[in-house]
Design a protein around this ligand. Structure first.
Ligand code: COA
Length: 262
């Protein structure tokens, strides 16, 4: 790792793999890391060939151990407030991405690390991963969206349990409550497993996938009647796409569709 490049980017086909690369600090989120993620998001946003993003951490120990507590020691309360602002400005694209974003949890995902994973659409965990929001045991609360996104994923009671008790869940426990979508088989690198899991997305229809993500995300923000209107409008976009015609042709010709995102 170098201080200039706290996040590595690699392309594998249509997927961009983003690796938090500060293993000596368990890939904790420093100001520079947040800035790098923001810049990478802006670059990827302009890439029409992108079909999915996988976010992971370097090494086998940690996906991300949360805020960089060593950096934070030197921060004033105002510095901390500014840093919380960066979570929104630099990481917001993960939440709004038109292509699916998957967190590949290669180890611990604690505090801001789990909040980062909660910004993603899907989560795949290595069997040894540990997940938790320990903030209240440190006299604070999750400040990067955890109190809002965790209950949306696992429900109110479980979110309160995890946040108030500061309990760490194993990958298997996280799978049981739907906090992760999948636990990788022992011995399979979690990024490889996440890419295999994503194979239908990588071969699928991008306009429909973006519409599905937007419609589902809207369901948490608007009343049902408005959500149904949004669904209808997004359905209409799909109906006008070449990919929809291609799917019907492929079905009639008994072959796999070849989607082009048009
Ligand atoms: N920020 C900066 N550095 C961190 C860090 C963080 N959030 N978490 C760990 N590190 C550093 C440690 O200080 C240590 O560095 P050092 O060797 O220079 O002292 C190195 O990463 C390895 O961590 P260590 O604690 O020795 O590893 P471990 O295997 O014994 O424990 C954890 C791993 C994740 C359980 C433990 O590091 C931990 O609880 N970290 C804090 C996580 C947390 O509560 N984050 C949320 C904050 S709200």
């Amino acid at each position: 790792m170098s201080d200039e490049e706290p996040v590595r980017v690699e392309r594998r086909g249509g997927a961009a793999i983003l690796t938090l690369d500060r293993p000596e600090r368990l890939n904790a989120l420093s100001r520079a890391t947040l800035g790098a993620l923001g810049r990478i998001g802006a670059e990827l946003g302009a890439d029409r060939t992108l079909r999915a993003v996988v976010l992971t951490g370097a090494g086998e120990k940690a996906f991300c151990a949360g805020a960089d507590l060593k950096e934070r020691q030197a921060m004033t309360p105002d510095d901390v407030r500014r840093q919380l602002g960066l979570y929104r400005t630099e990481l917001g694209w993960l939440d709004r991405s038109p292509v699916p974003v998957v967190a590949a949890l290669n180890g611990v995902a604690l505090g801001g690390g789990l909040e980062l994973a909660l910004l993603c659409d899907l989560r795949v965990a290595a069997p040894h991963a540990l997940l938790g929001l320990p903030e209240t045991t440190l006299g604070i609360i999750p400040g990067a969206g955890g109190t809002q996104r965790l209950p949306r994923v696992v429900g109110e009671a479980r979110a309160k349990e995890l946040i108030l008790l500061g309990r760490r869940l194993s990958a298997a426990e996280a799978l049981a409550i739907g906090l992760v979508n999948r636990v990788s088989p022992e011995g399979t690198p979690v990024v490889d497993d996440a890419l295999a899991f994503l194979a239908p997305v990588l071969a699928g229809a991008p306009i429909a996938q973006a519409a599905a993500l937007a419609a589902i995300d809207a369901s948490f923000e608007v009343p049902l009647a408005r959500g149904l209107e949004i669904e209808r409008a997004l359905y209409d976009e799909c109906l006008r796409s070449d990919d929809r015609d291609e799917a019907l042709r492929a079905m009639a010709e008994k072959r796999r569709p070849s989607f082009r995102g048009r």
